[in-house]
Design a protein around this ligand. Structure first.
Ligand SMILES: [Fe+2]
Length: 311
């Protein structure tokens, strides 16, 4: 697979040159009038928000292509890189290659592989479905010892939460130590979404002030915003949503294993820090081919990978 973020750094482009030239001219002048216009800052680049890749290289490639078109270089990733899919080596190779520009938090499937490989748990003892356990077992068998060790070293270093900006908190979450309420996987439950936002702020010790919580795990996109009259569901259909400096609770959906009924596409989101907007994106890819690959390598086929892509 290609590195989807392989473009050159825009800092050396026209915007950077213009800014540097202006600064030099201003420093040569001693008149106040000459200093009226500040150097022009380069516009903030959009940031990709991805989650639940689940070892699906075909879906990840579709997202990488879209991110490249949008000149996205920075990515926030909400966990579950492994588990379920047939392409664990290919996906982890992309992740390791891009580690300097992606901010990660750990997902529960990432944790499964770490604990089994380190001898802290048997696959059969994991609190996961039978199909999830079967996929973890096969993925570990498909990697040679050196590659598995390299992947585990990376995965075991991932934090449970991360703050790539002062007002953005990343979390997967599916961990007994995190303050998640029972049943909160149900995205329809707006009240729990609000409670989780408050609980997560306290858990991560985020001071008062604007906070966007980005979470994964449910494989379903949501966008809750705190309006003047309380929290409301802003919808997470494909399209742009203005956040306008407000608190938000956002799940981009799953790149690799959609659980949106009848829609197996690769889901991700784009945050524009300049406009303070989030865009929900859904991309077609050959999901049925991923299902066939699962059958070939003896991994249970997820429902999304039996669903033809119609859009
Ligand atoms: Fe997941």
């Amino acid at each position: 697979m290609t590195d989807g973020n392989g473009e050159s750094n825009g800092a050396a482009g026209p915007e950077g040159a213009e800014s540097a030239g202006h600064s030099a001219a201003a420093s040569e002048s001693s008149t106040p009038e000459a200093n009226e216009s500040p150097p022009t800052a380069a516009p903030a680049r959009p940031i990709g928000i991805v989650s639940d890749l689940h070892a699906n290289a075909a879906a990840l490639l579709a997202v990488q292509r879209d991110m490249r078109k949008r000149r996205i270089r920075e990515v926030w990733c909400l966990g579950d890189l492994v588990g379920y899919g047939p392409h664990v080596s290919a996906v982890m190779s992309v992740i390791l290659r891009n580690r300097s520009r992606w901010t990660h938090v750990a997902g529960n499937h990432d944790d499964y592989i770490v604990r089994v490989h380190r001898g802290e748990a048997e696959v059969d003892d994991l609190k996961a479905s039978r199909n999830a356990r079967a996929a973890i077992r096969r993925q570990m068998e498909m990697l040679d010892a050196e590659e598995l060790e390299r992947i585990v070293v990376f995965l075991e270093g991932l934090p449970k939460t991360a703050m790539p900006r002062d007002d953005v908190l990343l979390v997967h979450p599916k961990d007994a130590s995190l303050p998640i309420y029972p049943g909160s996987d149900l995205v329809e439950n707006h009240i729990l979404g609000r409670q989780e936002h408050q609980a997560m702020r306290a858990y991560a010790e985020v001071p008062e002030g604007r906070l966007i919580v980005l979470r994964g795990h449910t494989h379903r996109p949501v966008c809750f915003i705190k309006g003047d009259d309380g929290w409301y569901d802003a919808g997470a259909e494909a399209g742009v949503i203005a956040l306008d400096g407000r608190d938000a609770w956002i799940n981009p959906g799953s790149v690799g294993e959609s659980r949106v009924k009848g829609d197996p596409r690769a889901f991700y989101a784009v945050y524009d820090p300049g406009a303070d907007t989030v865009e929900f994106v859904r991309l077609p890819y050959r999901a049925e081919a991923v299902g066939r690959e699962c059958e070939r390598v003896d991994i249970p086929v997820r429902p999304a990978w039996r669903t033809p892509v119609s859009a």
